[in-house]
Design a protein around this ligand. Sequence first.
Ligand code: NDP
Length: 588
Amino acid sequence: MLPVSLDELRTKYQAERDRRIRPDGSAQYRDVAGEFGFYADDPHADPDLTREPLHDTVDVVVIGGGLGGLLAGARLRQAGVNSIRVVEKGGDFGGTWYWNRYPGIHCDIESYVYMPLLDELGYVPEWKYAPGEEIRRHARAIGEHFDLYRDACFQTAVTELRWDSDAAEWIVSTDRGDRMRARYVVMSNGTLDRPKLPGIPGIDTFRGHTFHTSRWDYGYTGGDANGNLAGLAGKRVALIGTGATAIQVVPHLGRDARHLYVFQRTPSTVDYRANRPTDAEWAATLRQGWQRGRMENFLGLVSGEQVDKDLVRDAWTGSARLLRKITAGGDSLTSEERERVEELLDFEKMNEIRARVDSIVEDQETAELLKPWYRYACKRPTFSDEYLQTFNRPNVTLVDTADFGGVERVTENALVVGDREYEVDCIIFATGFQVAMSDMMTGRLPVFGRDGKHLLQHWSRGPRTLHGFYSDGFPNLLTMGALQNAASVNYAHILDEQATHIAAVVAEAGKRGARWVEPSAEAVDAWAAALGENAEELYRFHLECTPGYYNNEGKPHPRRGFAKGATAFHALLRDWRENGMDDVLVMR
Ligand code: NDP
């Protein structure tokens, strides 16, 4: 039973959304550059690293050494590619898991479906939800297993890509003076990799200590990813943001700081977690190929498909299970009827989330502020058995900023919201990352294709790709990530499918003796048209959502991706691979 009517809830959602919409949208954030550049500095890199510039030739340069780059390396290696060079800005493999080492860091997707290549490495994670450190260790293990360290360049940023038509090679320039050549370039340089700061007036005047969660300063806080932040014992700490990162950090800050102020603009949905160590008996039953089946099972469940068995059985799949139960046999439903059923179930789920707040948070006023009023998928759902409980501590204060568009002002020693000033020693920004802003998309990494054509000019009216991977006029450039393709919450799975596809294309080109692969302009146009047809429903959903990075702060991009879902997209790619590739992909 819903406590209020659908209409009342809709009105409430709309009102909560409207009071958070800012006219400046995404422009409210500032880049961590110039005087704010220190927020992005790498605390883990070797400051004294030097090496001779490289001028050699490899088969493939992979830009980015996160899970995507590692998967590309691994799948290419399996496809028989010999010389693979990963070029990575950080000091080691790991990507997200290299940069983010904040206290409490865990992956919120089950480790058995998230951590890549478990079968290949013969590894079973230690926990159902892995701590960041275990994933980072695993990333390094993938690098070792597939011999990717041999040719890797760390602490190196690619500064230009230029296609040499005569040689049919890319010339790859870097900030270390390299000018290497590669037959193929795989771009896997991340979608949520550049930290962003809110453009709060006065932010530059603060005299206390400050850092972003993705560059955690353990020198200041003491402790490690397990907590024990002894350096905060006498400190008043402000945490700005209450997204998926903050949910994991807050319990540690609450435990160890003298006083913690959590500055919230929109509360997250916080569902139960129930993390537990891996059952050794279960692990002993796993047979070769087990992970693939489990990944497919999870993807199917969270995509709302009819799947017989739920292997993961957690809060992600639980919500999806409910939806399937109610809509089972509902193929006869019209799309309006289906949307309505989904809305009802969504309200029910959100009521459960709101009731959970009431059952945990003792102070009623605080509990009200912690209740999210939007549809479940509007923001990244979060999971914790400690976050809400932290607000019962006497040294923790929740400061709601929703009516002020966020924290209003920062002074030399305080944060200002409404008529209150909160004096603090330290400000920690859990304010997230620039979205889909890989260096290629911002222009920081200029890419020149056939006849010196600039990629961003070619894309001036929007990205032009086939299946998100390759663009006409840019031979042998293969892009991974979230561009004109399908996504899902288990992003590592998505990246694995992309890596497998890329490796198959490169292998096929090798087999045919093709010097380059490139889609025709017609194929690229057709893909853009297909995406446009599918994306309308998702666009409408995001338009009504509370602002956040999922919907470009309330102004969703109309044509983002393949709206039929990841399973359908993967099937489409598989079909395409099995049906000869050459009908749209020009190989010469
Ligand atoms: P988010 O972008 O999700 O959250 C940023 C937070 O900062 C929001 O709560 C936002 O409020 C708040 N904020 C921004 N500006 C202001 C302001 N001026 N005043 C007050 N508050 C402000 O970043 P996260 O780092 O939390 O998460 C980013 C993504 O990283 C996640 O969505 C997820 O995809 C991934 N992640 C994944 C994890 C995993 O386990 N797999 C764990 C952690 C993160 P508002 O919502 O109102 O904009």
